[in-house]
Design a protein around this ligand. Structure first.
Ligand code: NAD
Ligand code: DAU
Length: 349
């Protein structure tokens, strides 16, 4: 039986992971530590609260003393670290929070694990969830990112994640902390905050609002269903080699404009009487430092751990868009308040 500390378990991927873990490992205990920033939402965990062995703790990973206390009191032996500021656009307008949480918060967790574990238990694991954005950007014909690709982050977000990846690595080499790092591509699926491309465009299209495309819309992302990411993290926790990094991705490259057109087509099928949704596409000023292309080579995950995505993009995107359609009450509540003013400030121009 493991005692997991999941950080950021009220966010998009973290909440999907908590659900996944409780369903697939019901014997384990899960402590979810989350500060409930604008991106954290306990409604993402509805139904989970009743699970035996689950506990929510409202707290900030930057509070080092509290984190150390939690390790001691709960007897944590496994960390799955999602908590982060995760939105590139917000990192451009306000980088400080990214340095604080992503760098200093990760440092606090590493220190707490180092103090608490002492190298006593061979089963202890610290899994750091990171991103493909640490590798920077690819040209059209470049090979996909491997675990050997040098880091070249281009936004304050990706730079803060790269810094945290380096810290995690250093705790393995210096202190022998049993760490693992995953670098994943763009996730999509239920409970994603509607500041990110897919839910933002779907909801705007549903409401007949402009669909903002940065620059020429030809930037490429490699999309992976969030459940496949969770299965990948599980595989790395069970069988990953300590101190190693693992790239997780969908082998599923799409230009942004084509993703947006796919969403429009789906809504046109569902609402044939409406104005064709593609007419809402609006080209806006590009994101500064916008990475042109990401692509993940997930060969190591497949060779060493037998992992590969289970969703095709066609089934995954259909399931996801249907989820947003059925769960309108969820995103309407999420959109109220702080998010509304962010949206007006960012897209108001
Ligand atoms: P998210 O923004 O939806 O959720 C982040 C969660 O962390 C929220 O619940 C928030 O309340 C919590 N949090 C933020 N600051 C905190 C703090 N100081 N203390 C405690 N909790 C705090 O993010 P996400 O999209 O679910 O991403 C989760 C992780 O996965 C991040 O580390 C991100 O870098 C990584 N990642 C995301 C993607 C993606 O496509 N979304 C892809 C690869 C990697
Ligand atoms: O690659 C993994 C990363 O994917 C994660 O590390 C990040 O946490 C996650 O937010 C995501 O970053 P992106 O910047 O790729 O995701 P986002 O949904 O913000 O944007 C996807 C693409 O769509 C990107 O090229 C920018 C573009 N875009 C985005 C928005 C919000 C638009 O053209 N218009 C928009 O309004």
């Amino acid at each position: 039986m493991k005692k997991l500390l999941v950080t950021g378990g009220a966010g998009f991927i973290g909440s999907n992971f908590v659900r996944y873990w409780i369903e697939n490992h019901p014997e384990d205990q899960v402590v979810n530590l989350d500060a409930l920033t604008y991106a954290g939402n306990l409604e993402n965990l509805e139904g989970v609260e009743e699970s035996l062995g689950y506990r929510f703790v409202h707290g900030d990973i930057c509070d080092g003393e509290m984190v150390k206390r939690l390790f001691r009191e709960e007897g944590i032996d496994t960390v799955v670290h999602f908590a982060a500021e995760s939105h590139v656009d917000r990192s451009i307008t306000g980088p400080e929070a990214f340095i604080r949480t992503n760098v200093f918060g990760t440092f606090n967790l590493l220190e707490a694990a180092r103090e608490s574990w002492n190298g006593d238990d061979p089963e202890c694991r610290f899994l750091h969830v990171s991103t493909d954005e640490v590798y920077g950007t690819l040209g059209p014909g470049d090979p996909a990112f491997t675990e050997q690709t040098p880091f070249a982050p281009n936004s304050p977000y990706s730079a803060s994640k790269a810094a945290s990846d380096h810290l995690v690595r250093s705790y393995f080499h210096t202190y022998g902390l049993p760490v693992l790092t995953t670098n994943c591509s763009n996730n999509y699926g239920p409970y994603q905050f509607p500041e990110k491309l897919i839910p933002l465009v779907f909801i705007n299209a549903l409401e007949g609002k402009p669909l903002p495309i940065y620059g020429d819309g030809m930037q490429i992302r490699d999309w992976l269903h969030v459940e496949d990411h969770c299965r990948g993290i599980d595989a790395v926790l069970q069988g990953g080699r300590l101190g190693e990094t693992y790239n997780i991705g969908g082998v599923n490259e799409w230009a942004n404009i084509d993703i947006v057109k796919t969403i429009c087509q789906r809504l046109d099928q569902l609402r044939p009487g409406d104005q064709p949704k593609a007419e809402l596409i609006t080209y806006v000023k590009d994101r500064p430092g916008h990475d042109r292309r990401y692509a993940i080579d997930a060969g190591k995950m497949n060779r060493e751990l037998g992992w590969k995505p289970s969703y095709t993009f066609e089934t995954g995107i259909e399931q996801t868009l249907d989820w947003y359609l059925v769960n309108q009450a969820w995103w309407e509540r999420v959109r109220d308040g702080a998010y509304r003013s962010y949206y007006e400030k960012h897209y108001g121009r």
